[in-house]
Design a protein around this ligand. Sequence first.
Ligand code: PHE
Length: 513
Amino acid sequence: MPSAAPTGDLASQVLQALDKSSPLLSAEAFPAAGFTELKAALDRLASRDMVKYEQLERDEAVLEPEGEQIAANGSHEARVFEALRQAVEGLTVQELEKAIGDKNVVKIGQGKAFKEKWIAKTKDGKFQATADAIKDTTQEQMRTIQKTRAYPDAKVLNDLRKRKLVRIQKIYTFKVQKGDKFALEIPEEATDLTFDMIATGAWKTATFKPYNFKALGADQRPGALHPLNKVRAELRQIFFEMGFEEMPTDKCVESGFWNFDTLFVPQQHPARDLQDTFYISDPKLADPPRAEDENDKKDYKKYWENVKAVHQNGKYGSIGYRYPWSGDETLKLVLRTHTTAVSAAMLYKLAHKKGPDGRPPPARYFSIDRVFRNESVDATHLAEFHQVEGVIADYNLTLGGLMEFMEIFFGKMGLTDLKFKPAYNPYTEPSMEIFAYHKGLKKLVEIGNSGMFRPEMLESMGFPPDMRVYGWGLSLERPTMIKYGISNIRELLGHKVDLNFVQSSAAVRLDKA
Ligand code: PHE
């Protein structure tokens, strides 16, 4: 067999070397190979049973720089002797230093040479050699160590180590031998069982790559729910368990009619100003109300006239606002300023449903979605945010019932001991702001707005007078910011949001403080 130097990668070099002699010591066969590379190659082969190996550890003696120097030029004392041997007349210290060219060598060397009796002092104070030849044991020791990386006499070795001529280092080596499946070639390993392998029968002889159950796998950056979505998911759960139905809030553009007029918001109300509401520029206007909608068979024209009557002259016991109501104003398209626009449309539909007794059945609706207001943006305001809203329609509801319900609803969010404060909404009477004591902030915080929808709003939709509707709303951002300890809303929504925050924020349990 031609004894060419092993070629190929380290693993196949190991196989070739083992083919010639097994077992082998890696430190001898591959003195230049790095420990990690060698171990990786051996592991690769061992996992296929092609080799077996064990790791050995041994001490090795290595020369320090001074030891190297002695191996090359001789010990200090031998150099002093050699210089004097050549000068038959003897040398003064200065001459000796000049001849050797190293004061330190002279200083240490002459002392030792005296002790060895290789040199003596003449009467006129010069140094002189006393022999023709000496044996430089130290140099011999250095050369032995240089060659064999060891020294037979442990006591001497330890002595040399103390004299800082030699140091001991740990050497790791692998004792490698052929394994059961030894071969010169590393067989190709299949990672998958393929259709072809089954069809051709190649699977019978194929070598399959073993599973590595210890592999950590690639670091994943999976998608993550935004904190608002997490809190939203919990709130939806609360609504569902209380028997609520989710309202369709999937269109953000509403007519002024549904966003304001149906809710008894007069057309001069500041909320309808350009400064507060985003108006759509193209198209500017909604279609006029239909006398009968071909889809839901409702006479929107009739309802529209009813709303006009309530605003302009008063109806259903209300004296109205007494101003000339403009049909055009109602057609203006806006980005909805509250989800109550959707509640109004849902209530209008409910008013036309017939329960078993021929009257509108009780209903519970909720929504959680985005609303838009023309606000200047600061730490607590954005031009868009999310509203959580609920409505409950039933017969003979009372204000006490609304307060009781709020206690139960907010109680499920971990908010107790509510306080109610009279407030004003154009569409509810009475209206109440809701406060709860915040344990973290140690103060009462406003958590929502609520009320009983006005009779003139409900009756103009077609509800019987004894049907009453509770409504309440809160922002999704408020509880989310409190739960996640955020003080600036721009950290939660918009282009300044830190994606790592989204990724790492925990799921919350609203009922846990
Ligand atoms: N729409 C009100 C708001 O924007 C919330 C609300 C809804 C109040 C329904 C009463 C009834 O704050």
